[in-house]
Design a protein around this ligand. Structure first.
Ligand code: C2E
Ligand code: CA
Ligand code: CA
Ligand code: CA
Length: 279
């Protein structure tokens, strides 16, 4: 009926209004977030399956804002990207992560590695490569201990600056990691075109490997392909011992996921130890 139609209509407008208002509020709050010191970099350990030790971590950004409450990176990173705020925020993450890497490594007398996510907009930031160089210098970190995780979305946009920035990063000696491998259509051609060092198998495949033969076959093939291209394979989103055992049997090099630890604040990462029972 007409009445019903009107109710449905106002229901959707109300929901849409709320969504738009929240999006606007997030954007507004995001502008002052760096100055108000609302960001915190969390770390998730990466485990080398060859020696079963922590080899490094991935830096993952968290935002604490009293007005908008908890906002996940999947929600605020795209807005930061859209507004260009990702440029200063990305630099902040890098500086924090490298300073922590130095502190953490010294405390444990280990040469840990640090992975930092890059989004497309950061490739347009003229001073980015220079900033990377400065940060490495001031944090006393050798370039090969820094990895940039890049999804195929970064490469797909076809920005002319991408080639330039990736070659400059290669020349610096930092590592490049293909993130979320298997979720896009063109990852393979990008692996051929650019000089990647690592490949991260997407969580959606890892979660299927113990139950689903097709996922297992895909991961097996991905590992073989990566190794033939001299890439190390990182499995993300490892949640169970069963998954871990299988990945190990398939020759995966590095694992990361809730099975070992969720992303945690710097202080916790510094004190983090692997569970004894890890086989
Ligand atoms: P990503 O780079 O694919 O990061 C992996 C995501 O999976 C993280 O979500 C992590 O917390 C989550 N995760 C790790 N292990 C497990 C697991 O065992 N099970 C499950 N269910 N999830 C797991 P998070 O921290 O919410 O980040 C989401 C996305 O936001 C990241 O995806 C990345 O694309 C982006 N992001 C986060 N921090 C940054 C940053 O500093 N810069 C940029 N450009 N993007 C970032
Ligand atoms: Ca990542
Ligand atoms: Ca990923
Ligand atoms: Ca992802």
């Amino acid at each position: 009926s007409k009445e019903q139609g009107r109710n449905t209509y106002s229901f959707f407008t109300k929901q849409m209004n709320e969504m738009i208002l929240r999006r606007l509020e997030i954007e507004e709050q995001l502008y002052g977030a760096l100055e108000r010191n609302e960001f915190e970099v969390y770390y998730q350990p990466k485990i080398n399956l060859k020696d079963r030790k922590v080899m490094g971590a991935e830096a993952l950004l968290r935002w604490h804002n009293p007005l908008v409450g908890q906002v996940a990176p999947d929600e605020f990173i795209p807005i930061a990207e859209h507004t260009g705020l990702i440029e200063p925020i990305g630099k902040y993450v890098l500086a924090q992560a490298l300073a922590f890497l130095n502190e953490w490594s010294q405390a444990h007398r280990q040469d840990y590695t640090m992975a930092v996510n890059l989004s497309p907009r950061q490739f347009r930031d003229q001073g980015f490569v220079e900033f990377v160089k400065e940060c490495l210098g001031s944090c006393d970190v050798t370039p090969e201990r820094l990895e940039f995780e890049i999804t195929e979305g970064v490469l797909m946009i076809g920005q002319s600056c991408v080639d330039e920035v990736l070659s400059a990063l290669n020349a610096l000696g930092v590592k490049l990691s293909m993130d979320d491998f298997g979720t896009g259509y063109s990852s393979l051609s990008y692996l051929r075109q650019y000089n990647f060092d690592l490949l991260k198998v997407d969580r959606s495949f890892v979660s299927g490997i113990t139950a689903n033969q097709e996922d297992r076959d895909l991961v097996t093939a991905t590992i073989a392909m990566a190794h033939s291209l001299h890439l190390d394979v990182v499995a993300e989103g490892v949640e169970t011992g069963e998954q871990l055992k299988l990945l190990n049997e398939l020759g995966c090099d590095v694992a990361q996921g809730y099975y070992f630890s969720k992303p945690i604040p710097a202080l916790e990462m510094k004190a983090f130890k692997l569970k004894e029972r890890f086989e």
